[in-house]
Design a protein around this ligand. Structure first.
Ligand code: AMP
Length: 280
């Protein structure tokens, strides 16, 4: 695996690659890699000739400075994992490479999707996501960009961004990888104790409960019951439990069979904010 820290070096390699007919699969990450990230890498390697991964903890998408400061950094271990996965190129830039003129001032018209759920609870988060992905897509210009459904709303934002910037890349989404207990793999899990990791499985259990009762219980009642389940399991607060149309994340009051629905959860455990979802 070749590690590149600056845009000029990466660009040289990618420019000559573009002259061949080889396809590229790009997996953007913020590091602290786990099996979930590696499943995206495997997918990228299946569909493209060349696999490129980036590790960059993007400061502009953190609305909470404490969350940014405590974000786990495990670069050496990440490099080992990526080498084992036979990633071709790792882009490991620092902030100056991504934002050479400081934080970009462009405002992306992301529409309603930016105002709800994660957008409402993390003001500015999706503008930051759009900024970093606009930059990464323009540097790498991959054939495919592979991202996880674990961040369901982020996928919708990125799809919108790619339309706004006329990106020719194709967005590939991959299912959420979980531990055997059902807990969604997440870099933030590293901040939980072993006991808290067990408690955190309540999110997946609540999602399964919501799915099981979606036809026989009022949605508002389910949202309340699921919130109670999380609090009983030890979560200190719940940002949201929401049943939404998967097409636009508008809330539903009643389940319509045949209409793809998504249940989304965000909650705090041990000061760590966890998110998960289930598509029905
Ligand atoms: P992050 O490093 O958290 O920004 O995540 C980088 C990419 O990995 C994003 O596309 C995430 O949606 C994806 N991802 C994170 N957790 C998982 C998981 N458990 N399963 C599959 N993909 C994931």
């Amino acid at each position: 695996m070749i590690i590149l820290k600056n845009v000029a070096d990466l660009d040289k390699i990618l420019s000559s690659l573009r002259e061949t007919s080889k396809t590229t699969g790009f997996v953007p990450t913020m590091g602290a890699l786990h099996e979930g990230h590696l499943s995206l890498i495997k997918r990228a390697k299946q569909i493209a000739d060349i696999c490129i991964c980036s590790i960059f903890v993007n400061p502009t998408q953190f609305n909470d400075p404490e969350d940014f400061n405590k974000y786990p950094v495990t670069t050496e271990k990440d490099i080992e994992l990526l080498t084992k996965e036979q990633v071709d190129y790792l882009f490991l830039p620092d902030v100056d490479q991504i934002y050479p003129s400081g934080t970009p001032s462009r405002h992306y018209e992301l529409g309603k999707i930016e105002e709800v759920l994660e957008g409402a609870h993390r003001p500015g988060h999706f503008q930051g996501v759009a900024q970093v992905l606009d930059r990464l897509l323009s540097i790498i210009q991959p054939t495919f960009i592979v991202m996880g459904q674990k961040d369901f709303q982020q996928i919708m934002v990125v799809r919108r961004l790619m339309t706004l910037i006329n990106s020719p890349s194709k967005l590939i989404t991959a299912e959420t990888l979980r531990t055997s207990t059902g807990l969604a793999q997440s870099s933030r899990n590293a901040r939980l104790t072993a006991d808290q990791q067990l408690q955190a499985t309540a999110i997946h259990k609540a999602l399964q409960f919501g799915k099981a009762h979606i036809q026989d219980t009022a949605i508002a009642t389910l949202e309340r019951q699921m919130t109670e389940q999380l609090i009983t399991a030890g979560f200190e607060s719940v940002d949201y439990v929401a049943f939404c149309r998967a097409s636009d994340l508008s809330p539903i009051t009643q389940y319509t069979p045949g209409e793809t629905t998504v249940i989304l959860v965000a909650a705090f455990l041990g000061g760590v904010r966890l998110i998960d979802n289930m598509v029905i």
